[in-house]
Design a protein around this ligand. Structure first.
Ligand SMILES: C[S@@+](CC[C@H](N)C(=O)[O-])C[C@H]1O[C@@H](n2cnc3c(N)ncnc32)[C@H](O)[C@@H]1O
Length: 267
């Protein structure tokens, strides 16, 4: 199983280019005609949403942020919004998404606190400056050719922005097969922690709290189809967690971890 499959991307089988036609690319990713594959990818996104929501809740607690309202920009099928709503992170939740069918899927969920869930142009969030307490950009910046403007847009609509990305500027993810897979699922950025910090600063924000996560066995084993594959996933989980616990910054230069930070507008 690849590093990238440990992420949350639902686009493993989509052809075409996210740079030339991003809306078409992501729309195809959420419109799989094979019902059982669509269901499986839905379960994969729900699994990923649980870790992402854990991260969001933890970072808000660490930063002492209690948002009344939040917006998720690039909310996909609403898996994360749903998890955040269920946990009561904010009492009002909006979501904007590039792919119209994904926004439809998100809107069809019953999410506690959900208000506006809509497709948008991927650039301009249709909300006033400071409309929200918190903006969430979860596993979106690595899909965007110019992540800076989207992060600035998030910082325009909220004074605090939660960013989560896979850190893919590492030795394992640099292998050609991994890069090919990354391209197939729409990744156009291969970020490390310093690159995220630089983007955050350029958007007029500063990191208030951050964390990394080598991800649990359930992620590593999700696509394992045999006992041997599950055993390999268990071994991989154990090795990575041990390396990450011993030296987290060194580990992220060797293999992919998920990185999340809560950034606040500079005073
Ligand atoms: C890996 S999914 C993440 C979905 C969700 N945020 C999550 O964490 O589960 C990436 C999402 O980014 C969306 N996306 C791609 N480019 C975007 C853009 N410029 N603005 C907003 N969303 C975008 C895609 O349509 C897709 O739903």
């Amino acid at each position: 199983m690849s590093d990238l499959n440990q992420g949350s991307d639902p686009f493993r089988r989509v052809e075409g280019s996210p740079s030339e036609d991003p809306r078409g690319f992501y729309t195809a990713g959420y419109s799989l005609s094979d019902r059982s594959e669509a269901d499986r990818m839905g379960r994969w996104r729900a699994l990923g949403a649980r870790s992402k929501a854990d991260h969001a809740v933890k970072l808000c607690a660490r930063a002492g942020l209690h948002p009344g309202s939040l917006v998720e920009i690039g909310c996909g099928d609403g898996a994360l919004l749903s998890e955040l709503g269920a946990r009561g992170l904010a009492s009002v939740l909006d979501g904007f998404e590039l792919s119209p069918p994904a926004a439809d899927l998100a809107r069809a969920r019953s999410i506690p606190g959900a208000r506006r869930i809509e497709a948008f142009d991927g650039e301009h969030v249709p909300a006033d400056d400071g409309a929200y307490d918190l903006a969430v950009l979860s596993h979106v910046l690595e899909h965007v050719p110019e992540p800076g403007p989207l992060l600035r847009e998030a910082a325009r609509v909220a004074p605090a922005v939660l960013v989560e990305v896979p850190l893919e500027a590492n030795r394992s993810a640099a292998r050609p097969a991994k890069r090919e897979e990354a391209a197939r699922i729409g990744h156009v950025q291969f970020l490390d922690r310093a690159a995220v910090h630089a983007l955050v600063r350029a958007a007029g924000l500063q990191v208030a709290a951050e964390l990394s996560d080598p991800l649990p066995y359930a992620h590593h084993a999700f696509f394992a189809a045999s006992r041997a594959a599950r055993a390999r996933a268990a071994l991989k989980t154990g090795i990575r967690r041990t390396a990450w616990r011993a030296a987290p910054r060194a580990a992220e230069r060797v293999f992919t971890v998920h990185y999340a930070c809560l950034a606040r507008r500079m005073a």
